[in-house]
Design a protein around this ligand. Sequence first.
Ligand code: PSV
Ligand code: MN
Length: 371
Amino acid sequence: MPSWAYGNSGTRFRVFTQPGGPRNPFEKVSDAAEVHKYTGLANSIALHIPWDKVDSFAELKAHAEGLGLWLGTINSNTFQDEAYMLGSLAHSDPKVRQKAIDHHFECIDIMGETGSKDLKIWLADGTNYPGQDSLRKRQDYLGQSLAKIYERIGQDQRLVLEYKFFEPAFYHTDVPDWGTSLVQTLALGDRALVCLDTGHHAPNTNIEFIVMQLLRLGKLGSFDFNSRFYADDDLIVGAADPFQLFRIMYEVIQGGGLDEGSPVAFMLDQAHNVEAKIPAQIRSVLNVQEMTARALLVDNESLELAQMRGDIMAANDIFMDAFQTDVREELSQWRASRGLPADPMGAFRASGYAEKVSLDRVGGVQASWGA
Ligand code: PSV
Ligand code: MN
């Protein structure tokens, strides 16, 4: 789960507040623990630095562990400092690049304290106008900066490089696609992998193909799950297109991404601008579970036979049969058999947690996207 999903967020038009919003990383962790409590599926929370900087990460870790969570991926942030207006790791000024590299060193130090395994890098670097800067030089600078960061990470740690085709840069982005992330991480080494954010592709991109290819190459490090109707909407995963989520999970399963010891870290990266945040995270986790369960139902033996016969319609029927199977009742039973509530959304609503925190959290400033 992303810590930032619990704070207020919004668009450039307005960031709306919600009653009971967390005011610091400790309260974000407490909210995240609610999601795990009712789903049994989300036992880790990723932090964003500097948004989640605290005086003592040991204390934050103890707080998380006390609630049954561990502190997961550390996300760097080189997109909110004045110095980064024209880029960070790919900036043409070596002083700005060094500042961004130093920020990543700080993130690596924090990983040592939190016990985090992954350093996730997403860059806002890019240009708005043709000719604004040299595409080629920036790519070389990026490679050099990443190499310095990679050198610092521990043997049991990884660097995951996230791509995004546009925004905030509109003409070119320095890591726009999985190909660029792949070549940059291949140049670094085995502990550098690609992060696939499902919202970071042009409309109609076949994301499951990318999933298949990265798994095939052993280079899929992590997911940022969310869904989109138009741009990088960061909506609840599976809300816009459950069938796409099913197809992605099918390729994950086929490629060994769900196997014991799989290198794939499954994360949500969502912003709940107007909906209640904890229920939105519960719904997201359940959507992934549901589409995973359906994808596990594909009769692969019959599918392979149909594929070998060239029987297009039979193959498609087998695939669609699994997608169209309602697994909700069986998942309720699965939960009940583990001492979890059969209906996590209902159980959270009935718990009174939302009402309680809105009464308790008096004073202070609510955390929001950017703090
Ligand atoms: C960028 O759009 C992104 O997907 C990256 O993962 C950032 O760290 C995150 O969103 C911040 O909201
Ligand atoms: Mn992301």
